[in-house]
Design a protein around this ligand. Structure first.
Ligand code: PEP
Ligand code: MG
Length: 313
């Protein structure tokens, strides 16, 4: 039995009855990429590119960025890499793109909003990504952080395609984006739910404030309402999860039940998530999602899912 589970941890992610869920790694540096590529993942579902930009006095050049992206794509050798364009602002200020103090930086000019103010930064980043993709032949998907409206998503997708990057997507981190995912996806190829920020904005609860951890729990039924709405609106286009929720073995079952097509997580979580999926059928995962949605709060939701685990094993 143990050997069978080890074998399962080595194949692609799937439920016991064979429903595939792509298992991907979150990365933030070339080192991360090389480490993650050694794991049995189908690629990276979130390449955070901020490390290239933070703690420096001038923006990285196109050449410098091209070299880094090339190294990351080479590490994954043909596997998929979902690149998130610069997510600065809020808690991650840039010395060379200071738009002035904000009273509420988490609600300010961050993510895609900053990219639109500083189009030169986005142009250089997309140019470098297109060159690295060209040089390596990698499967490169590009997505924007902090998208709130269909107009923003369409603007970003057009910028990607103009730069020679054919697969463009939107993160879903703002409740408005989740509710209107179909409209956002009209111009995009895929969506990726960032549950960390989505929870923060859904519950009006600062994600850095430990006193609010219960509101930010991945078991909150309201969070799952938005995940379900995102998948439904996507009408079959891929919807992944790349926030903390993606790396929880029990929540991975709920995500499979919700029809999420990929989960991206810290590489250390990959084995336990795959084993968890391989132990349960899709119908059980769907029952788990229903149980979460029917719950009054996170503790009850988790307990209901654990009951269903016991029922099946
Ligand atoms: C998220 O918000 O869930 C996410 C994946 O992005 P980050 O944690 O980098 O804000
Ligand atoms: Mg985020």
């Amino acid at each position: 039995h143990r050997l069978a589970l080890q074998a399962v941890a080595q194949g692609p992610g799937a439920t016991r009855d064979g429903h595939r869920v792509q298992i991907l790694a979150n990365i933030g540096t070339v080192d991360d990429a090389q480490r993650a590529a050694k794991a049995d993942v189908e690629g990276s579902g979130l390449f955070r590119t901020e490390f290239l930009f933070l703690e420096r006095t001038s923006a990285p050049t196109v050449e410098e960025q091209t070299a880094t992206y090339t190294a990351v794509f080479e590490a994954f050798a043909g596997r998929k890499v979902v690149v998130r364009t610069l997510d600065a602002g809020a808690d991650k200020p840039l010395a060379f793109a200071d738009l002035g103090a904000e009273d509420n930086p988490a609600l300010g000019v961050r993510g895609l909003r900053l990219q639109r103010e500083r189009d030169d930064l986005l142009t250089d980043q997309l140019t470098a990504l297109a060159r690295a993709r060209e040089a390596t032949g990698a499967e490169v998907w590009v997505m924007a952080p902090m998208v709130a409206t269909a107009e923003e998503a369409a603007w970003f997708a057009a910028r990607c395609r103009d730069a020679g990057l054919p697969t463009a997507g939107t993160m879903v981190e703002v409740p408005a984006a989740a509710i209107r995912s179909g409209h956002l996806l009209a111009a995009c190829d895929f969506a990726s739910i960032g549950t960390n920020d989505l929870s923060q904005y859904l519950f009006a609860a600062d994600r850095m404030n430990g006193a609010l951890a219960h509101l930010l729990s991945g078991w909150q039924p309201a969070l799952w309402e938005l995940i379900v709405a995102t998948v439904r609106g996507a009408e079959g286009k891929p919807v992944g999860i790349c926030g903390e929720v993606g790396g929880d073995p029990l929540l991975a079952l709920v995500a499979a039940g919700a029809g999420v097509s990929s989960l991206s997580m810290a590489v250390g979580k990959v084995g336990s998530v795959k084993v968890s999926l391989a132990r349960h059928d899709l119908d059980t995962c769907r029952a788990m999602l229903d149980a979460v949605l029917a719950s009054t709060g996170p503790e009850q939701a988790r307990a209901a899912v654990v009951d269903l685990l016991d029922a099946e094993v």
